[in-house]
Design a protein around this ligand. Structure first.
Ligand SMILES: [Zn+2]
Length: 218
C-alpha cells in the first residue's frame, strides 16, 4: 500500500499513520482492491499491533457506504498477523470508522460549516439527514483543536518548509486548514490522493471517532 514513497524515512513516517483503533482493529488501506490483494500477497502491510507482516485472512462483512455518487458496496479484506495472529479489518481510505457516509461527503460538510454555513443548510448541501450532519459537526467541533494540532504536525513532518498556519477564524476552520495542508504535503511526498482520503489515512480512520484520538506523526 502506498509503497511508492520516495524514501525509507518517509515510508516509516507513513507507516506510523497506519494507526489502529485498538477496540476496532482497523487498518486504513488504499481504496483499490487489487492493490490491497497484491500488498497482502507480497507482505507489504504491517500489523498495527506489533508491526509484523499481515497475510490475507477472509473478508469482513459486506456493507454499503453512501458515497457522493450513490451507494458504494464494500467488502473489506481482513488481514491476519503472521507474528501475533491478530486479525484486522482493512478499511479503504474512502471511509472512516463507524460512519456510513464516505469521508469525502463528511469532508464537504465540514468545509461548508467551517465557512460559516449553518448545519441545516449543510445537510441540504450534502443531501444527508439533519441529525446525521449535526452529529458530524458536533463531533468535529468538539475535537477541532485536537485535529488541528494532529494534522499540522503531519503537515510539518511531511513538508519541513511549510510556513506557519494561517488562523481560519474558528477552531473548525483551523482544523480544516490543517487537514488541507497535511493532505497537500502527503500528496506531494507520498502519493496523490484526495484530501479526505488523506484525512482518513492520517487519522487512522478516526477522524470523527468517539473514543480514540488519532496517532501522532512521531
Ligand atoms: Zn501482529
Amino acid at each position: 500500500m502506498y509503497a511508492q514513497g520516495p524514501s525509507r524515512f518517509l515510508l516509516a513516517e507513513y507507516e506510523r499513520a497506519l494507526w489502529v483503533m485498538p477496540e476496532a482493529s482497523v487498518l486504513i488501506v488504499e481504496n483499490d482492491t487489487a492493490k490491497v490483494e497484491a500488498d497482502l500477497a507480497e507482505g507489504r502491510l504491517s500489523c498495527p499491533s506489533c508491526r509484523g507482516v499481515l497475510a490475507a485472512w477472509s473478508f469482513a462483512r459486506r456493507r454499503f457506504v453512501r458515497a457522493e455518487t450513490g451507494p458504494l458496496e464494500l467488502r473489506p479484506r481482513r488481514g491476519r498477523c503472521r507474528g501475533c495472529a491478530k486479525t484486522h479489518v482493512l478499511l479503504p481510505d474512502a471511509v472512516v470508522c463507524r460512519r456510513v457516509d464516505a469521508v469525502a461527503v463528511i469532508g464537504r460538510a465540514l468545509v461548508a460549516a467551517a465557512k460559516g454555513t449553518g448545519w441545516r443548510r449543510v445537510a441540504v448541501l450534502v443531501g444527508r439527514p439533519f441529525s446525521t450532519v449535526r452529529g458530524w459537526l458536533r463531533r468535529a467541533r468538539s475535537r477541532a483543536g485536537e485535529l488541528a494540532v494532529h494534522f499540522l504536525a503531519w503537515a510539518h513532518r511531511l513538508d519541513p518548509n511549510l510556513g506557519p498556519a494561517r488562523p481560519g477564524g474558528s477552531a473548525l476552520a483551523d482544523a480544516i486548514e490543517a487537514i488541507g495542508a497535511a493532505a497537500r504535503a502527503a500528496s506531494l511526498r507520498i502519493r496523490p490522493l484526495p484530501t479526505w482520503s488523506w484525512a482518513s489515512v492520517l487519522s487512522g480512520g478516526a477522524l470523527l471517532s468517539n473514543t480514540s484520538s488519532p496517532s501522532k506523526p512521531s
